[in-house]
Write a protein that binds this ligand. Structure first.
Ligand code: GLN
Ligand code: ZN
Length: 756
């Protein structure tokens, strides 16, 4: 017997995002269902083949999806929202996509973040649910791999307890009943897999890494005992990831044959537990040692010693090497990154390269590879670690001196008066969140400039003409505070990523965010700083065209790092502060150029919350510190805005207050005013921008809806607190609908202004 290698999940999007292309062609009716299935099959098989060629022993089957693995599991068990039911025996492709994307008159199911990742899953709706086994899709996929490629894969399925915990729309009293019917169906699925020859079955239960109650653990005992009894001779892996598990002893005693633990994102807790309580000698440990969430090469010598440590608790023949989680969360391969600095490129490992690491480690553990080979591999890691990029004196000095820089501003009430004097704004001032429509033309011009078909000067001229056009539009609309429109930015994080030193933009580093939407997170590889101003030119130009104040527009440090891949040789907090210092420099530069109102967006603050509650305060403290570091240098009469496009502030309101922004714009249109309540309860006394209409829809809101939204807020807090604005940037909207909607918005604000 020897140590084996395994994978938990492989990215579905493909090296060149071919999966996305097939999906979109199908959605736009450019290919038919038959073509769709055949293209998808090719992609799926090529991914399996690749994993086999790399030398992975246990290849996951069933992780591939046409949209989302949670939706797949729900559809497999007939958990279809009422409005999408058609009476069909098997969920058709049409229905499947309708649930995910909506269709005329039917709202899509809600989509939400998958744990602490940037992947979004479709939330199953279990109102009146009657689980039935529609189709054993995993069996089909298992047979496909076996018959077409000779791969005896490892079926992967989302476990029933996580599935239920992530679903909505059912009474808690119904939970036991639902779970019981699911147990029977899962057993049926497992039996069929067993009959088809499956040896190991991976059941994902990441819910176990959150703060769980003992009751949930009891549920686990019940469910997994039933599984064991129902299919006695199959080997189950209870797979967890993203954090350490609580109830270590209970979980490792469950009647399963394998336990999958994350040894990268557990902050050492899983290993601690192993040391304290040992590991049952009848189980296999699936050790997640290669980081499935980040894109850096592992130091194989370090990983090898971790594995060595594990072998003191588990026999070698009961140890399996694998990534810390599914590789869904990293891009596919580094090999096509021709333009990256080689020192950086050499230190990167995306999904394919991570599989190679797993194979190296397995070979090393089996004495098929010497330590010299691991050391050779590690050279790239050392080279970047010791490079000038990571030793920038200026950044080190700034970090040392930053204590002097992070002092608080004077009391917000005093600032409020000084700012009122400075800006002379009417009550309920109107503004927008920053971006205006990025038309096809804007994108076309940018592409031409990127390709070198348009000179930098011509491109700049074009951007200026857009800015001018929209300053004029804003004047006509009678908005009170104007913006330049962000035409020069593809994306609020990528734009700064391109300008900042220490940050690289890859060419193919795409990761699925939801459905066919992929994002390409910037790579923070070195000390972050900026050598030249990033936003001053456009903002100052916009200000030169109007007497009204133009708000400068920046992305905040927390959002920049939450939407990037972050270097892992120093603490995340240090990286956060590097970025904060760079944004601080930009804030100062804008102010020095006469821009007295500056918005620092923190759209991703909430989503960075840790999975375990005991870590929340630490995260929020670091976030508040960084935001203040970025913004506190300004004069008392300079107004700092921030924007967060969501509605749930209850648990973070104290931190929001501590950010000490003069104005925060938030989403109010979809939350029916509930959100203002958390501000009221907290006696929040700074400015609040009411996001009075939902920019995610092309529909032009009516004046009544907007008035309702304003009215609800005015009932709760003093009217002098409020601003009126859309609930997010208008980048994705069309020009005509944007102008029409803003017109209604300004009118609604004016109506109230007269009444108050
Ligand atoms: N200023 C950004 C914009 O308007 C904010 C985007 C966001 O919050 N997601 O596009
Ligand atoms: Zn927003």
């Amino acid at each position: 017997m020897s140590i084996k290698s395994s994978n938990i999940g492989y990215p579905r999007i493909g090296e060149n995002r071919e999966w996305k292309k097939v999906l979109e062609l199908f959605w736009s009716n450019e290919i038919n269902e038959e073509q769709f299935y055949s293209e998808m099959e090719q992609i799926r098989l090529s991914h399996l083949r690749k994993q086999k060629e790399k030398g992975i022993d246990l290849i996951p089957i069933g992780d591939f999806s046409y949209y989302d693995q949670v939706l797949d599991t729900a559809a497999m068990f007939g958990l279809i929202p009422e409005r999408f039911k058609t009476g069909e025996t098997k969920v058709s492709l049409k229905t499947y996509f309708e649930i995910a994307r909506g269709s005329s008159g039917k709202i899509a199911s809600e989509m939400t973040k998958w744990f602490n990742t940037n992947y979004h899953y479709i939330v199953p709706e279990l109102k009146d649910a009657k689980p039935t086994l529609q189709e054993n899709r995993i069996l089909n996929l298992y047979l496909e791999a076996k018959n077409k490629l000779g791969i005896h894969g490892k079926p992967v399925i989302l476990g029933p307890i996580t599935l239920l915990s992530l679903s909505k729309g059912y009474d808690e009293q119904k939970r036991a009943e639902l779970l019981n019917s699911l147990i029977t169906l899962y057993i049926e699925v497992f039996k069929q897999l067993k009959e088809a020859g499956a040896e190991w079955i991976q059941i994902d239960e990441p819910i176990l890494v959150k703060n769980v109650e003992e009751e949930l653990i009891n549920e686990f005992k019940e469910v997994y005992t039933a599984f064991q009894g129902g299919v006695p001779d199959v080997k189950f892996i209870l797979q967890t990831y993203f954090e350490s598990i609580e109830f270590y002893q209970e979980i490792t005693q469950l009647p399963v044959q394998g336990i999958g633990l994350d040894f990268v994102h557990d902050e050492g807790v899983n290993v601690e537990n192993l040391k304290k309580y040992g590991f049952p000698n009848d189980k296999v440990l699936f050790a997640g040692v290669v980081d499935g969430r980040n894109i850096w090469k592992s130091s194989l010598t370090e990983k090898a010693s971790l594995l060595k440590e594990l072998t003191s608790f588990v026999d070698e023949n009961r140890l399996i090497v694998q990534p810390s989680c599914s590789l869904l969360h990293v891009p596919v391969t580094v090999k096509n990154e021709q333009k990256l600095d080689t020192q950086i490129k050499d230190a990167l490992a995306f999904a394919d390269e991570k599989l190679e690491e797993i194979v190296y480690l397995t070979k090393f553990a089996n004495d098929e590879l010497g330590v010299a080979e691991l050391e050779r591999y590690d050279q790239a890691v050392h080279s970047l670690k010791n490079s000038a990029h990571r030793n920038v004196q200026m950044v080190h000095d700034a970090m040392k001196n930053r204590e002097n820089d992070s002092s608080s501003r004077i009391d917000s009430k005093i600032r409020k008066e000084l700012q009122a004097e400075q800006f002379q704004l009417p009550i309920l001032p109107t503004t927008t969140i920053g971006s205006f429509p990025q038309t096809k033309e804007v994108r076309k011009q940018r592409l031409k400039w990127r390709k070198g078909e348009l000179s930098a000067a011509k491109y700049e001229q074009y951007i200026q003409s857009e800015i001018k056009k929209w300053i004029d539009i804003q004047e006509v609309l009678e908005l009170d505070v104007l913006v330049h429109g962000e035409f020069e930015r593809t994306d609020m994080v990528e734009f700064f990523g391109e300008k900042l030193e220490g940050v690289a933009i890859t060419k193919f580093g795409w990761v699925q965010s939801y459905g066919s939407r992929c994002v390409k997170p910037p790579v923070i590889f070195g000390d972050v700083y900026c050598i030249e101003n990033m936003t001053v030119k456009e903002t100052v130009y916009a200000q030169s065209l109007t007497k009204k104040p133009v708000k400068g527009m920046l992305t905040g440090p927390v959002t920049i790092i939450n939407w990037s891949f972050v270097r892992d040789d120093i603490s995340r907090t240090d990286v956060l502060n590097h970025v904060a210092l760079a944004i601080r420099a930009e804030v100062k530069a804008l102010e020095a150029s006469g821009i007295k109102m500056i918005q620092v967006d923190e759209a991703a603050l909430r989503e960075g919350l840790p999975l375990k509650e005991e870590k929340t305060e630490k995260y929020l403290n670091a976030a508040v510190y960084a935001f203040k570091l970025a913004t506190s240098s300004v004069e008392d009469n300079t107004q700092i805005h921030t924007h967060m496009c969501y509605s749930n502030f209850d648990d973070i309101i104290h931190a929001i207050d501590e950010l000490d922004a003069d104005v925060i714009s938030i989403e109010t249109s979809r939350s029916h005013g509930e959100l203002i309540a958390s501000f009221e309860q907290h006696h929040y006394n700074k400015g609040i921008g009411l996001g009075v209409y939902d920019i995610h829809s092309p529909r032009v809101p009516t004046i009544d809806e907007l008035s309702q939204n304003i009215k609800r807020a005015l009932e709760v807090l003093d009217y002098r607190a409020f601003w009126v604005n859309p609930d997010c940037g208008l980048k994705t909207r069309g020009e005509a609908e944007t102008i029409a909607a803003l017109k209604v918005m300004v009118e609604a604000a004016h109506n109230y202004r007269e009444k108050l």
